[in-house]
Design a protein around this ligand. Sequence first.
Ligand SMILES: Cc1cc2nc3c(=O)[nH]c(=O)nc-3n(C[C@H](O)[C@H](O)[C@H](O)COP(=O)(O)OP(=O)(O)OC[C@H]3O[C@@H](n4cnc5c(N)ncnc54)[C@H](O)[C@@H]3O)c2cc1C
Length: 315
Amino acid sequence: MGNVLVVVEQLNGKTGEITFEMLGKGRELASALGGELHALVIGGQADELGIADKVWVMGDGALAHYTSANHKAALVAAISAISPRVTLIGNTSIGMDLAAGASAATGIPLIAYCNALRVEGGQVVGTSQIYGGKVLAEVAPEDGACIVSVLAGAFPASAGRSDKTPVLETLAPPALDNRVRFVRLIEPEAADVDITKAAVVVSVGRGIQSADNIELADGLADALGGVVGASRPVTDAGWLPKSRQVGKSGLRVKPKLYLALGISGAPEHLEGMKDSGLIIAINQDASAPIFDVAHYGVVGDLFEIVPALTEKIKG
Ligand SMILES: Cc1cc2nc3c(=O)[nH]c(=O)nc-3n(C[C@H](O)[C@H](O)[C@H](O)COP(=O)(O)OP(=O)(O)OC[C@H]3O[C@@H](n4cnc5c(N)ncnc54)[C@H](O)[C@@H]3O)c2cc1C
């Protein structure tokens, strides 16, 4: 059977965007494989999953919080009961752990860091974004099943939403292993703005030199109706909160316009923004790798260019 199983990721009872991205892509893969789209909820709730043909619900409050051993055992049991051709898991901090563990336990090959997926000649073909985004590897597991960990932002979430009511089925949970127990969730500091939702992101890098100079980027972002993002050195220095960080250990953004001011373009940064609609970079080093992904670039001093650009836009 060519069924596709999406492992639902929920935090505090809320289904993450990555789940809808996978459901939309999963629907397309299931049609191409001649199978059904199934969703698996481990210890959570099955609302909002109407696009799936069937939702499998396993466990109750005891599995509500993620622990590696219990959720891996739950997923392995579900895969054995459902036998999906493709299992999609978000490449999140939870999903990276879960996907690798389930792959090792079942022997089913894993396509990790996947940012593109298609069916070609009946075979699943995935693109793995490896070495921090420097290398894209196209891989096709042999005819059998595969597990795929999907990068957030790779597919549109809108394709995974539906008001329909799916068929619900219950799966028996595995015996629990309580050697590692969930104690409490430490919430990140509340973000003042959500950079993942902005149409325009003006990001600053180490080239901005100090916290005081960030007002230059604020001015440009205001003029463009956007928000200010940052590379990691800027948030590490405390010049902007962590919630503004773009990249591998920050957030992945896909705005219509991304302006990179004084950012070199390290792979870890590119991973978070290279799919933006239009990328414009300002950097005084003509050989900075940011220019490899930028659609437009200005080689020059941001302290001269940004104020002039802001004035021009305001005018
Ligand atoms: C596991 C791991 C995870 C990471 N996660 C992230 C992440 O999520 N996000 C992230 O950004 N990084 C991340 N990094 C760090 C990453 O490797 C880079 O060190 C970082 O992105 C560099 O930031 P930058 O471009 O601001 O600084 P730099 O590399 O120092 O570049 C500064 C740039 O500013 C330019 N510049 C200086 N002055 C001016 C001026 N006056 N006008 C114009 N240009 C000027 C310079 O030419 C230079 O290109 C991670 C690293 C690791 C190992």
